[in-house]
Design a protein around this ligand. Structure first.
Ligand SMILES: Cc1cc2nc3c(=O)[nH]c(=O)nc-3n(C[C@H](O)[C@H](O)[C@H](O)COP(=O)(O)OP(=O)(O)OC[C@H]3O[C@@H](n4cnc5c(N)ncnc54)[C@H](O)[C@@H]3O)c2cc1C
Length: 467
């Protein structure tokens, strides 16, 4: 069994197949595992994440994967999400005493950055999602409708759109509301905020991302498999409707009974020739799937400037500030060293792509100083900007029609990757789902079916009676 790609999709497929008794040989082009959700070491020895990654309570497959590879204990979950606007008004989202779907009512009612009219309009739209059990009929329009259209049909106020829907969804889906299929947006609110009490809980890694994958190599190797780094696949040979082999540098060929290609969709498109597109029409659409950017900004201050583990900013370019020192340093809010390391995240960061590194640092520093008064007197010791122009696939309306299944019409070829047909947007959860689905497809085709995919969180509270 050969798996190409050592991101979450390839790793989850590889670990699942190893568990099912297959000898897995995984090939990754880079010198480390984790793909887009990884970390590396700067020349001065500092570990930095490619970008801060977070998960939510509703990401049941990612949680299962972390458990399988012994990393579940490296994720810290938080029940309270904090928001702050430039005027210093704050709001929280935290489950109170009431059962779902009313568990957020208390914190929402006192959410200072929204006016009463904003809150009324949000409540109306939420009721609509609830009544439709997470799937309003207008989501089924052929080709999809955008989230902005969906919100306008429900007469959402400008404040509600800018300071509530946009804030949550641009972070969750990495795209602007007018370019997002409403199906994904409505799903976020149904699965994370309405259908049960714990779907919204935010999980943040307490270690640099690459450390989450230490157990994967062990799981694959202890069943006779191998993990090969710095091994880019250069070509896939398909003949007679079946994969014959894959080619590496130096004219090396490898063959297997089955191949899982767990590459980003752009890399898969580069390896796809006309013969493959003819055999598997799903591969002909890869170039039509768009990409969206994320920018991460890393600041190291000479002193502590922030107590909270993270905060969401409203009405600014900077969307999130993560207190990495606290998140790495033990219990919530504890700072080990005298200085402090913060990581800022800007999703759908189209406006920053043309800006220079220094322009981005200046802009974000001003916003941090406005949000965190202690940063005004602090010295910025070091800063790094990481622009990912193609961070995720763009969840554009109708994109699901372009996403191929994990099982293909080419014998021995299986696909994985957040962009394959998982029903989920480009997330770590989506990547793991695709890996599990690919492993299930391999086992089905070998006549030894087995299930890996985990069910969604079940609705609880009053919602359990409704659905
Ligand atoms: C900046 C940023 C922030 C994000 N934030 C979040 C977040 O907070 N929460 C969340 O859930 N998701 C987040 N995501 C999305 C998440 O990282 C991805 O959805 C997920 O990691 C994709 O996993 P994958 O395995 O499908 O693809 P990838 O991680 O891209 O893995 C593909 C692998 O294939 C390898 N490869 C490519 N070509 C070849 C070749 N020819 N031969 C061999 N190997 C090859 C690559 O090196 C890579 O390791 C973020 C993504 C980015 C970029």
């Amino acid at each position: 069994m050969i798996v190409i790609g050592g991101g979450l999709a390839g790793l989850s497929a590889g670990v699942a197949l190893a568990e099912a008794g297959w000898r897995v040989r995984l090939f990754e082009q880079r010198p480390f595992l984790g793909g887009r959700a990884t970390s590396y070491v700067l020349p001065d020895g500092e570990h930095v994440d490619n970008c801060q990654h977070v998960t939510l309570g509703c990401c049941t497959n990612l949680e299962d994967f972390y458990r399988r590879v012994g990393s579940a204990g490296k994720i810290k979950f938080f029940d309270r999400l904090l928001f702050q606007d430039p005027q210093g008004r704050t709001g929280e989202m935290e489950a109170g005493m009431l059962p779902a779907p009313f568990h957020m009512t208390g914190s929402f009612a006192s959410f200072a950055p929204l006016t009463l009219a904003d809150k009324r309009s949000v409540a109306r739209a939420m009721l609509d999602i609830l009544r439709a059990k997470g799937h309003t009929p207008d989501l089924d329009v052929p080709g999809g409708i955008s989230m902005l259209q969906w919100l306008k049909r429900r007469r959402q106020t400008l404040g509600a759109i800018e300071r509530f829907w946009r804030v949550v969804l641009v972070s969750a889906l990495d795209e602007e509301l007018d370019r997002t299929d409403a199906r994904f947006g409505v799903d976020v609110f149904w699965k994370a905020f309405l259908s049960n009490r714990s779907g919204y809980r935010m999980g943040v890694p307490a270690v640099p991302l690459a450390e989450l994958y230490d157990g994967c190599k062990t799981e694959i190797e202890k069943r006779g498999g191998e993990v090969n780094l710095r091994m880019p696949v250069r070509a896939i040979r398909v003949e007679g409707g079946a994969v014959q082999n894959v080619e590496f540098d130096g004219g090396r060929f490898e063959t297997a009974d089955a191949y899982v290609f767990a590459l980003p969709h752009q890399a898969m498109a580069e390896l796809t020739d006309e013969e493959m597109k003819r055999c598997e029409p799903g591969l002909a659409n890869l170039e039509k799937i768009g990409a969206a950017p994320i920018t991460g900004v890393h600041f190291w201050f000479d002193r502590e400037v922030m107590h909270e583990p993270f905060v969401t900013l409203l009405d600014t370019t900077t969307q999130w500030i993560f207190n990495k020192t606290a998140l790495y340093g033990g219990s919530n809010g504890t700072v080990k060293q005298s200085g402090q390391y913060l990581q800022l995240v800007i999703s759908a960061s189209y406006d920053l792509l043309q800006k220079s590194r220094q322009e981005i640092i200046d802009l974000c520093l001003r916003e941090v100083q406005q949000a965190l008064p202690a940063a005004r007197d602090a010295k910025l010791l070091k800063a790094t900007v990481i622009k990912e122009a193609a961070a995720t696939f763009s969840p554009q309306p109708g994109v699901d029609l372009l996403r191929p299944k994990q099982e293909t019409k080419i014998r021995r070829m299986f696909l994985a990757g957040d962009w394959t047909d998982t029903g989920w947007p480009a997330t770590m959860e989506g990547a793991v789902r695709s890996g599990y689905l690919a492993a299930e497809a391999v086992l089905r085709s070998a006549g030894t079916p087995r299930a890996f995919l985990q069910p969604d969180l079940p609705p609880d509270g009053l919602v359990a009676w409704l659905v």
